[in-house]
Write a protein that binds this ligand. Sequence first.
Ligand code: HEM
Length: 373
Amino acid sequence: AASYPFFGEHQSGITTPAQDRLHFAAFDVDDISRDELAELLADWSYAASRMTSGLGAGGYGPASGPYDSPPDDTGEALDLPPSGLTITFGLGPSLFDDRFGLAGKRPAALIDLPHFPGDALIDALVGGDLCIQACSDDPQIAVHAIRNLSRIAFGRASIRWSQLGFGRTSSTTRAQTTPRNLFGFKDGTANMRAEDTDQVNSAIWAHSSEGPGWMAGGSYLVARKIRMTIETWDRSSLREQERVIGRTKGEGAPLSGGSEFTEPDFALAGRGDAPLIDPASHVKLAHPTNNDGASMLRRGYNFVDGNDDLGRLNAGLFFISFQRDPQTQYVPVQLSLAKNDAMNEYVRHVGSGIFAVPPGAREGSFVGAGLFG
Ligand code: HEM
């Protein structure tokens, strides 16, 4: 089973081959001091470096240590391999205030997201001072990571909202096959890949020339919890489904022709001079040519959170993207989708968060250390 290093130039969990499972959590920081905040981040990095290499969260482990104290690991990952676990830490806009004397440190790229047309955000699913993205191919491993990091944070930070994801909706390397979202379509076809190093360097990693030096090599994460009314979708025709996406359901080829990885031709017309790819389709509106070249790395997950009173599944896509500058790479794309996407009839944005994801830490240091320099 794969294992990825915790320490390094960049945090893992961004260009790392997208794992199958997600546990994401946003935290509110309690009434603690600036030093205690730094200590929390250091404790988190230490535990994360252990868990990502398959060790327990603490030095004793779940079944040893002082008999009259709670164990320093909860135990459910004992005997399991890390299964590609990555733990990625982020800092929310609300962390940069007077409580911690950080008001002057907020990176300009860490904007407050605007209210997008059609947003139906639920307060309890928005924001957070800190976030942790835990990804693994084993759901028990991802949950164990969030559980232990929350336990370690007790009295210092607590979970504000969280999300489990059970299937990746992107590929982030060429070796991976394209997975499918809950509309049944391939998702991730046109995504950026780790192998596209020029694009990765210019579109994902923050540069010191345009922001605080401590963010160089970091990135910015946007999370959107998007409900999909799949019952309505499932009663729509195959023709309508393909029109909405702009691609075929089977192969994932653009409706202008070719196979999965053929570039879409938005000008190509069919009978009656109508473009083969509907101008209101998701692919047309999200494509870089429609957004001044804006591109992002998508790394989202399918979710089903039980069902509602009417017997409908609480299903959807937990969208995650990484980009160097959300203002120019995320906002314009989301705006054009929010205004015109034919998919809007079947989706509703209910949760939202934006976080600065610091660069990776050197061994012996911790993620976010640069903030306290
Ligand atoms: C492409 C589904 C939300 C940005 C696609 C594709 C599908 C899809 C099936 C085509 C295959 C591919 O290239 O990956 C969905 C679903 C969503 C959703 C089901 C919500 C439930 C979003 C959001 C954004 C976004 C919120 C960004 C604001 C993109 C981009 C592409 C894309 C940039 C690639 C377009 C291209 O270059 O051809 N999406 N998407 N999507 N989507 Fe989404």
